[in-house]
Design a protein around this ligand. Structure first.
Ligand SMILES: Nc1ncnc2c1ncn2[C@@H]1O[C@@H]2COP(=O)(O)O[C@H]2[C@H]1O
Length: 254
């Protein structure tokens, strides 16, 4: 499984892109930077898109992806989201006011985007991938995913504060190769992190105790304005398994 970090930050600023991870060029995990971060031909090769939650930094590029690839693919981008998240996207983004409803364009029968309901804890099979969507502690309907292909499984919590269920599932997974999760705010901003359901390095240090042992941990969603403080405080966790997602277009093979 090749995981390409198109964008791995918790905000947008020069050098920092919002969350979009591309798996094997075909399966996209969140649409925070897919349109701004990769070429249009690569965008049009994507088959399936998992959306973790409805916050703008995870869905904004659905709009630009649809516009870029309109009429190019010959088939829709198949999007999978929890029902409240799907409803939010349709009501607040693809509502023919903020952006055209690309789930009916160019035609209802053969649209640019098609959004399917994901049921939490019901396994989804998309091509070669088996995907378990698991509720996490973030905004309404937020899901993390455990994705398995052949002999590799990877946990993606996406945005979350301290959470439990996904770690219970992670302990049951065979061939777990990596955990992608988040640290958004420095320790001095723990109140904001708690209010907005995110981690600080201090809360991540506790969270790591719930995770399966000896599995590499990738930390993303750092807020752009707190990079240097976050790098320092994450180093102070003192865990050799940790890699911080950087600003470059980086890929990892599992
Ligand atoms: N209570 C809050 N106080 C300050 N900022 C917040 C609060 N709630 C949400 N936010 C910010 O709004 C952002 C929405 O997207 P995120 O969840 O990535 O990160 C969130 C925070 O950066």
């Amino acid at each position: 499984m090749l995981v390409r970090i198109i964008g791995g930050h918790g905000g947008v600023s020069p050098g920092f892109r919002a969350t979009s991870y591309l798996i094997d060029g075909k399966l996209l995990l969140d649409a925070g930077s897919v349109a701004s971060g990769i070429q249009i031909e690569e965008q049009s090769n994507i088959d399936h898109i998992l959306i973790s939650h409805a916050h703008l930094d995870h869905i904004s590029d659905l709009a630009f992806l649809a516009d870029n690839c309109f009429g190019m693919k010959g088939k829709p981008f198949e999007i999978y989201a929890n029902t409240p998240v799907k409803n939010a996207i349709m009501t607040h983004l693809l509502n023919d006011v903020i952006w055209p409803d690309f789930t009916t364009l160019p035609t209802k029968e053969n649209p640019t985007l098609r959004i399917h309901d994901v049921k939490p804890l019901m396994q989804l099979v998309l091509g070669d991938y088996r995907i378990m969507p698991i509720p996490v502690n973030h905004s309404t309907g937020a899901l993390g995913f455990i994705i398995e292909r052949k002999n590799a499984s990877v946990v993606f919590t996406q945005d979350t504060g301290p959470t439990d269920e996904i770690w219970k599932y992670a302990h049951e997974v065979k061939n777990l190769k990596a955990i992608f999760t988040e640290v958004s705010f420095p320790n001095s901003m723990e109140k904001v992190a708690t209010a907005s359901q995110h981690h600080t390095p201090a809360t991540m240090k506790e969270e790591i105790k719930k995770m399966p042992k000896d599995v590499p941990i990738f930390l993303g969603h750092l807020k752009p304005n707190f990079q240097s403080q976050l790098f320092k405080e994450i180093a102070e966790i003192g865990d050799e398994r940790i890699t911080i997602l950087g600003s470059g277009d980086t890929s990892y093979v599992f």
